[in-house]
Design a binder for this molecule. Structure first.
Ligand SMILES: *[C@@H]1O[C@H](CO)[C@@H](O)[C@H](O)[C@H]1NC(C)=O
Ligand SMILES: *[C@@H]1O[C@H](CO)[C@@H](O)[C@H](O)[C@H]1NC(C)=O
Ligand SMILES: *[C@@H]1O[C@H](CO)[C@@H](O)[C@H](O)[C@H]1NC(C)=O
Ligand SMILES: *[C@@H]1O[C@H](CO)[C@@H](O)[C@H](O)[C@H]1NC(C)=O
Ligand SMILES: *[C@@H]1O[C@H](CO)[C@@H](O)[C@H](O)[C@H]1NC(C)=O
Ligand SMILES: *[C@@H]1O[C@H](CO)[C@@H](O)[C@H](O)[C@H]1NC(C)=O
Length: 426
């Protein structure tokens, strides 16, 4: 009798467990590409357990959830055709196609062998969930295998790229960081590489990129040698195709790389996380840059409650009143001993950008505007259209991927190169 009861009890527990297991929890990763399409926030590839991966995940933002059990799904039937680290996602204007540009691949059976991807772009159809390898005229072949291409999308289906790096897979010679400006027009399927101007910034990786009113702002990051000064902000004029520089006053904001940057509804550029000098957490961890005044003004942000673990190489996406921070690595508060890998993150952190509060609940019923009922009726409808609107109008998406120490044979070298101007990075 007792054992029957135990058996029955066990069965009930097992079946309860099984019904609850439907919530998929992705592994931690870094070097992922993320893009919002309607209410689905997609994540592609990246590095997981020291291997590049071909996974396609999405977070369904159409209903409210708790950060402890986010509504993740993996599209297991349609992986990326190759494992891919740090590509950049460009969305077609109708939201039907996500182009993954650049990114480095690996041999399927031996992850210590880096491989250039077989195609310079992989196109994912968000309706059929099929992959294609489209042709882009005038593609710049120097982009094959390039990572961290500091991209941003405008409202006309154009993506702008500046710099990035290419790991030299033929030899153990240095990784090369670039300073070229490229434009991918997803409507015309045409690539344009601009001539380098005399005032083009130095090579750039791991910076925060934000588009606002036809200007692209490049915040922080590193070049071949140094961390980039946060007091002089380069911007690229997408109409006249030229570079401008503006000084930034206000609060002191530490140099950093691997942080994220998002344009908020208030028109401020909000940066978060990243690594500063000596490869520890950049401070302050959150700040806003107002580019509507001359000179620009930095403001350190004191949030209403304690921040979560500081992140670096994470993704950041604005959706309604929230910024969703995902994946990446934990930025240590103190420098770690040399060649200690940074811990990978599998969590989502959600920030209420309306009142600067970290939250545990993503509440889909709250909208940014002063009249919630009015905006609510618009927002749930045409998913795709609104999604693009969100990306475009608000400028949002910034993908900061990974700098994974193993990929470069000597992480210490990278650190030293930052600290010691004159050496080449790695
Ligand atoms: C997202 O969630 C909503 C409500 O939970 C559901 O109706 C919809 O089918 C989901 N969409 C996808 C693409 O999973
Ligand atoms: C993987 O490739 C590396 C570098 O070529 C080689 O040293 C190693 O033996 C390979 N491992 C396997 C399991 O084939
Ligand atoms: C791409 O271009 C090549 C050569 O111009 C052509 O053979 C191929 O069919 C094209 N592929 C697609 C998908 O259009
Ligand atoms: C990679 O290394 C080889 C040999 O040193 C060199 O010829 C080639 O130019 C390098 N490639 C890049 C992109 O630097
Ligand atoms: C930009 O890159 C080119 C080619 O690698 C290089 O000659 C030039 O010095 C770079 N400019 C800066 C400012 O780094
Ligand atoms: C921030 O706003 C949310 C809803 O928008 C509210 O629930 C929360 O209490 C607010 N927090 C603070 C500290 O004002």
């Amino acid at each position: 009798m007792n054992s029957f009861r135990t058996l029955l009890y066990s069965l009930i527990v097992i079946s309860l467990t099984l019904t609850n297991v439907k919530c998929y929890i992705p592994d931690p990763r870094t070097g992922q590409a993320s893009v919002l399409v309607g209410s689905n926030l997609y994540f592609f590839g990246g590095t997981r357990n020291a291997k590049y991966n071909d996974q396609v995940l999405y977070l369904n933002l159409s209903s409210s959830f708790n950060t402890l059990s986010p509504p993740w799904s993996q599209i297991t039937t349609s992986p990326i055709p190759t494992p891919l680290d740090s590509p950049f996602p460009c969305l077609s204007t109708d939201g039907s196609t996500i182009y993954l540009v650049g990114g480095m691949s690996q041999d399927h059976s031996n992850s210590s062998i880096l491989m250039l991807p077989s195609s310079y772009t992989y196109a994912f159809n968000t309706n059929s969930l099929q992959w294609a390898t489209p042709n882009i005229s005038n593609f710049n072949i120097a982009f094959l295998g390039r990572e961290e291409i500091n991209g941003v999308a405008d409202s006309n289906g154009k993506c702008y790229f500046f710099g990035g790096y290419l790991t030299n897979i033929t030899t153990t010679s240095p990784t090369v960081a670039y300073n070229d400006t490229n434009i991918f027009d997803t409507k015309a399927m045409r690539w344009l590489t601009l001539t380098t101007l005399s005032n083009t910034p130095s090579s750039r990786i791991f910076c925060g990129v934000v588009l606002k009113n036809n200007f692209i702002y490049y915040i922080g990051g590193v070049d071949n040698r140094n961390e980039i000064d946060m007091k002089t902000i380069p911007s690229f004029d997408t109409v006249d195709l030229k570079w401008l520089y503006m000084s930034a006053s206000g609060d002191s904001v530490g140099t950093r790389y691997g942080h994220s940057a998002v344009l908020t509804q208030d028109g401020l550029i909000l940066i978060y996380g990243g690594l500063g000098r000596s490869s520890s957490q950049a401070l302050p961890d959150m700040a806003t840059l107002d580019v509507s005044v001359t000179p620009y003004v930095w403001k350190a942000i004191a949030t209403n409650n304690a921040p979560p673990q500081p992140l670096v190489f994470h993704s950041a996406t604005l959706y309604r009143i929230y910024i969703i921070f995902a994946f990446g690595r934990i930025a240590p508060s103190q420098p770690l001993p040399d060649s200690t890998p940074l811990t990978s993150n599998d969590k989502l952190y959600i920030f209420n950008v309306k009142n600067y509060t970290w939250v545990n609940t993503f509440d889909v019923t709250i909208t940014y505007g002063p009249n919630p009922t009015e905006s609510k009726s618009i927002s749930l409808g045409a998913k795709i259209g609104i999604g693009i609107g969100v990306i475009v109008a608000v400028g949002i998406m910034v993908v900061v991927g990974i700098f994974f120490y193993k990929k470069f044979h000597n992480r210490k070298g990278f650190r030293n190169s930052i600290a010691t101007p004159g050496t080449q990075y790695i």
